[in-house]
Design a protein around this ligand. Sequence first.
Ligand code: PLP
Length: 455
Amino acid sequence: MRQQFSLKQPTSSSPTDRRLNSLLRHLGNSSMDSQNPNSKIATSLTSASNADSFFQNVVQGPEDPILGVTVAYNKDPSPNKLNLGVGAYRTEEGKPLVLNVVRHAEQLIVNDQSRIKEYLPITGLADFNKLSAKLIFGADSPAIQENRIVTVQCLSGTGSLRVGAEFLARHHHRRTIYIPQPTWGNHPKIFTIAGLSVKYYRYYDPATRGLDFRGLLEDLSSAPSGAIVLLHACAHNPTGVDPTNDQWEQIRQLIRSKTLLPFFDSAYQGFASGSLDADAQPVRMFVADGGECFAAQSYAKNMGLYGERVGALSIVCKNADVAGKVESQLKLVVRPMYSNPPIHGAKIVATILKDRDMYNEWTVELKAMADRIISMRKQLFDALQSRGTPGDWSHIIKQIGMFTFTGLNTEQVAFMTKEYHIYMTSDGRISMAGLSSRTVPHLADAIHAAVTRAA
Ligand SMILES: Cc1ncc(COP(=O)(O)O)c(C=O)c1O
């Protein structure tokens, strides 16, 4: 927004005020010939046309498809409006949640008199990195003991993916990444902007509202050797459809036999099943075979640290020698990008992960969030059943994690937004974490009406 200068004269005579006074005198003198010495400045600041701008050719960019849902929601004055667009957890009362264990950790951090605000190393807080690796790969992971994993603290899941992508674009011989169709909307942008060529593999079958396992295997079988494969570690976004353990094992065998490079995106560890270990199983399966892989972790959802932007990128290498060299190159990626990561979020995570009691407290709170989401699935399914809504809605209880891929089409979504003030992405994805027992009937009414009237 353009600001007008207020040229009020400072009255005291501190050094700053003296500098300001002399600046004002200078500005006043340079417009002596005007009736009002300030008017020229004000006019030039407010009435400039676009033609005066260096950026006159910049066109209006589109709103982000996910965050844009919240922009539209915020503008809606309806008291019944419901935002199921963004993947952030809400309580039964529809409020954002700060975990008790996070508040506790923050108290300890604030009360720590030895706390300083120096820069972290380029790779972040060492304790945080070690503990994050243990969390995803398992405390007893041989790869950790063999020092062949390098972990760097990054800016949440997105930043971890971005740093990993940049490293791959510089150092991997095959600059092609296969991502699932569909996937989180930011994935293609993150990898493309880093310089990788993005291709899709089949993932979701709209007919069964489940995994297109055959399509997935076929597409990965025809990927060129060395290609990178992005895998959602659990709670696939947006579909809520995950492979079974047997299917994961087949995917692993295929990826290894074709010498593809797996890149796990783990944004929901603990959210899918309520168990941190169970949700990390696919990643651990790949690490156990001794092969290399990437993993991007986010603490946004599972610790509710969304805005703290805390996450980690791990690269599992063949041996410690390679890991050391990879780390040195990761530093060269990070240094000119953002220099080093922020302290606070990483401190919170490290405080919780290294204390047994706090860790246990976290797992209880995490399980409660996961259970509430599971219960929302059940309630929505029951509500549709009781309304006799046409169609098979069992996918609502079969899908996993934060989102349900409802199968509603763009017109039905638009209808629900217009008539019921319910906001979601146009692909029909709804965040179950944004629902509550109070709002389930409203959503069920809207779906029922959309299916029977706006089909
Ligand atoms: C699949 C997936 N990956 C990564 C992220 C990154 O989230 P953040 O950068 O907030 O950690 C998200 C967030 O919605 C996601 O759904």
